[in-house]
Structure formats: structure tokens, C-alpha cells
Design a protein around this ligand. Structure first.
Ligand code: ATP
Ligand code: MG
Length: 408
């Protein structure tokens, strides 16, 4: 085909690799990779949608439990999940997925054309944490804002369909409900590769009266909950000011851009990922575990936390705890290897699942280490599911029972 600038392009699915498109543009051949086919645990070939380029760690065979973790105790905690109420204060997002096939190169410009096959929407960001908590059996009070648009309606209707109380979600006129739309190219029977993500959100500040109303609703929810989960994606609904005004039994934090701004707000535990803690201190951890431990201890102190869990993608988790009241020394940092496969299907929203399970476990009486182990099992399960997904209480229970059987 001829383009307007006189360039020529021919294209075909590469005979050598069905996951690639071979094109000739202006006489030069180029192969566009649509991602390697990665077989999952069920032998299906799926491509990880988001791998974030994290370092790989030595694969730890078998389960993730160490000898210090009592699986019967973890099972009891999971059984207690439905007795607890969690308030979620945060940025609700609608995750969109537009998928289709790439068949040819455009005549208008040297770009690939995605022939759309499917559009799907999922609860994302803080809404994903809510969704996970509901599927774990908890009662949930979401506190946040959406716009008066179709996406806001979808979010609220999805919550309602799951029996969630939406009375603390404000619909703000003229505001855009945050959306993150991924465009996925592939073939139904082979690969799927993210080629573009388009974000849409309001750039204006939340008006002061709305902020006050949000703070009031957050205070009200916090008083009635066993824990408050703060999910700050930098979109304005979760702020250090709102958190400072809460009276809560415990507050956990996942903040994408400003974890350290929550110092002195009453947060007791946080679950940053490794790059968030690196960004907070303008330092790179690389493969240096000592550096990670130094940053973890520092964040524990700076934020006045009793517990910090750093999620490290395929490298598992690092758990930092403050010294208990009756001891002078804090326990050393613990490193938990991932549960299950290190070849994830889709890691979208895994951090939301982690903080949901971690918070609910703390509310149910878990120690920091027990809560981290439960969150680690859930993280390992959720990355084997496509799209933004949840882990159910039954799935967590089954994973723990399988682990207990394997250890006998
Ligand atoms: N590549 C992987 N292999 C196996 N497990 C993974 C992988 N990536 C993530 N996980 C699981 O998911 C958990 C959370 O992942 P991660 O550290 O990527 O969080 P995150 O970056 O905060 O996620 P999010 O993008 O949702 O905010 C990990 O602790 C681990 O249990
Ligand atoms: Mg995260």
C-alpha cells in the first residue's frame, strides 16, 4: 500500500513467528513483535500484559510458606474475614480493555491497525481493592468520587450489583471519572500484547465543598470500620489531610506518588512496591538487598509505622516490623518468596489485591507477618488471572489447604 508521504508498506503475519507482524516500509523489512507466547499453568499461551521490567529472582520451588507461619492459623484468619468491615478511601478508576487483532498497516501513517473485537470494563484502583474485599467476604464502605459520566455510572452500578453500600461515593458534576484503557493486540488462540494505554482523568482540583463532604464521609465510615484502607493513585480523593482527620482502629496505605507525605497522619502500615520506595528516597535498590532493607527501615521510622510490606513483583515481598512494646529490638526484615508461578498471566492491579488481603487480615487479628503471608498467597493467585481480577475467600482457603497438604 502507498502512504500519503510516498512511503510503501506491505505486511503479513510473520511465517517464523505467529506472534509477529512482518512489514516492509519504504523497502525496509521490520518485524513487529506482538509479544512472546508464554504458556501458563494450564498450558494456554498467554502473554503477560504488564511485566514492568522487574528483576528476576531465583525461582523458589514449591510454596511460599516458611516454617514460622502456622497455616492453620492463616486458615482461621481467612474464616474470620466475613466478620469484618473495611472502609476504603481512595481513587476509584475504571479499567478498560479494548482487544482485537492487528491485520495490517494503515495507509494514513506507518502505524498498525487494531481491528477491535471486544471492549471490557473492570473496577480498578481503589475500586479494585473494594472489589477484592467484597470477594473475600468483608463488608466494605467505599469512600470516593466519580464523575457524572457513563464511567461513573458503570462504577456505581458494579458496586450496587455486588451489594456494596454506595452512599459514600460522591458524583461530581462535570468531573471525569478516571479511566485507564489498555489496547491489546493479539489473536484469540495465541498472544495478546498491550500496545497502548490511554488515561483519562480530570486535571482540575476537587472543589473545596466536595473535599469537605468527602472528608466527612470518610470520618463516618472510619468510625464504623475495623480498618481503613487508603488507596492513593494521585487522583485527588485520598489525601494526607483527609487521613489525618480520621479516628480509626487501624489505617493501611498504598500511595503511588507520595507515601512519605502521610507521615504523622496515623497510618499504621503501608504496602509500597519497590519502585515507589525507591522514588520516595531517590535511590535505586538494584539487586542490593541491604539497600532495600535500609530503605524499608527508614520508611518504617519516617512514617511511624508498625509494619511495612514492600511488594517486589516476581521477587516476592520484604516485611519490616517495629519492635514490639515489650522488646527493645525489632525483628529482622523477612523476605517472602512469591507463591506459585513466576510467569504471571497479568499483573494488573495485583497491588490492590495485596493491600485488600493484608488490611482485612490485620482487621481479623493477624500479625504483620501473617497478614503479609496471606497477601502473598493472594498476589500469587491473582497474577494468574487475566485483566484486573480478584481473589475469593474460597480460593485463598483452597491455596492454604493445598499448601498444608504439600507440607505433610
Ligand atoms: N512477575 C510476577 N510473578 C509472580 N508474582 C507476581 C509478579 N508480579 C507481581 N506478583 C505478585 O503480586 C504482588 C504485587 O505485585 P507488585 O509488586 O507488582 O505490586 P504493585 O506494583 O503495587 O502492583 P500495582 O501495579 O497493582 O500497583 C507481588 O508481591 C506478588 O505476590
Ligand atoms: Mg501499587
Amino acid at each position: 500500500m502507498a502512504g500519503p508521504g510516498g512511503w510503501r508498506a506491505e505486511q503479513a503475519v510473520s511465517p517464523d513467528s505467529p506472534g509477529s507482524l512482518r512489514c516492509r516500509i519504504r523497502g525496509v523489512y521490520a518485524t513487529f513483535s506482538l509479544g512472546p507466547a508464554v504458556p501458563n499453568a494450564h498450558g494456554e499461551s498467554l502473554t503477560p500484559v504488564r511485566t514492568k521490567g522487574k528483576r528476576s529472582a531465583a525461582r523458589v520451588p514449591g510454596g511460599a510458606a516458611d516454617a514460622s507461619v502456622d497455616l492453620t492459623r492463616l486458615l482461621d484468619l481467612v474464616a474470620a474475614f466475613p466478620r469484618h468491615t473495611i472502609a476504603v478511601v481512595g481513587d476509584f478508576v475504571l479499567d478498560g480493555f479494548v482487544s482485537g487483532e492487528i491485520a495490517r498497516v494503515s495507509r494514513e501513517a506507518p502505524v498498525l491497525i487494531l481491528r477491535r473485537r471486544r471492549i471490557e470494563s473492570y473496577l480498578g484502583g481503589a475500586a479494585n481493592a473494594v472489589n477484592n474485599l467484597v470477594d473475600l467476604g468483608a463488608r466494605v464502605f467505599p469512600v470516593g468520587i466519580v464523575g457524572d459520566d457513563a464511567e461513573g455510572r458503570t462504577l456505581i452500578e458494579s458496586f450496587r450489583a455486588k451489594g456494596v453500600d454506595v452512599s459514600r461515593i460522591l458524583r461530581v458534576r462535570g468531573r471525569t471519572t478516571p479511566t485507564k484503557t489498555r489496547f491489546l493486540a493479539g489473536w484469540s488462540h495465541t498472544t495478546e500484547q498491550q500496545v497502548l494505554r490511554v488515561d483519562h482523568e480530570s486535571s482540575e482540583e476537587i472543589p473545596a465543598p466536595t473535599r469537605e463532604s468527602l472528608a466527612r464521609k470518610a470520618r463516618q465510615a472510619a468510625r464504623r470500620a475495623d480498618a481503613v484502607l487508603v488507596s492513593d493513585y494521585g487522583l485527588g480523593a485520598a489525601t494526607p489531610d483527609i487521613v489525618r482527620g480520621l479516628r480509626a482502629k487501624r489505617i493501611t496505605l498504598d500511595s503511588r506518588y507520595r507515601m512519605l507525605d502521610y507521615a504523622g497522619t496515623g497510618v499504621c502500615a503501608a504496602t509500597p512496591n519497590e519502585s515507589e520506595i525507591e522514588d520516595a528516597y531517590h535511590q535505586r535498590v538494584g539487586t542490593d538487598t541491604h539497600k532495600l532493607e535500609a530503605l524499608g527501615e527508614r520508611a518504617l521510622d519516617d512514617l511511624g509505622l508498625s509494619c511495612l510490606v514492600v511488594t517486589r513483583g516476581k521477587d516476592g515481598m520484604a516485611v519490616f516490623e517495629r519492635a514490639p512494646a515489650d522488646r527493645r529490638e525489632a525483628p529482622p526484615p523477612r523476605h517472602i518468596p512469591i507463591y506459585g508461578s513466576d510467569t504471571p498471566v497479568d499483573v494488573t492491579g495485583a497491588g490492590d489485591t495485596v493491600i485488600a488481603v493484608f488490611t482485612l487480615a490485620l482487621a481479623a487479628g493477624a500479625t504483620c507477618l501473617e497478614a503479609a503471608h496471606l497477601a502473598n498467597y493472594a498476589g500469587g493467585i491473582v497474577v494468574m488471572k487475566r485483566r484486573t481480577a480478584t481473589v475469593t475467600r474460597a480460593e485463598l482457603d483452597a491455596a492454604l489447604r493445598r499448601e498444608a497438604t504439600a507440607q505433610r
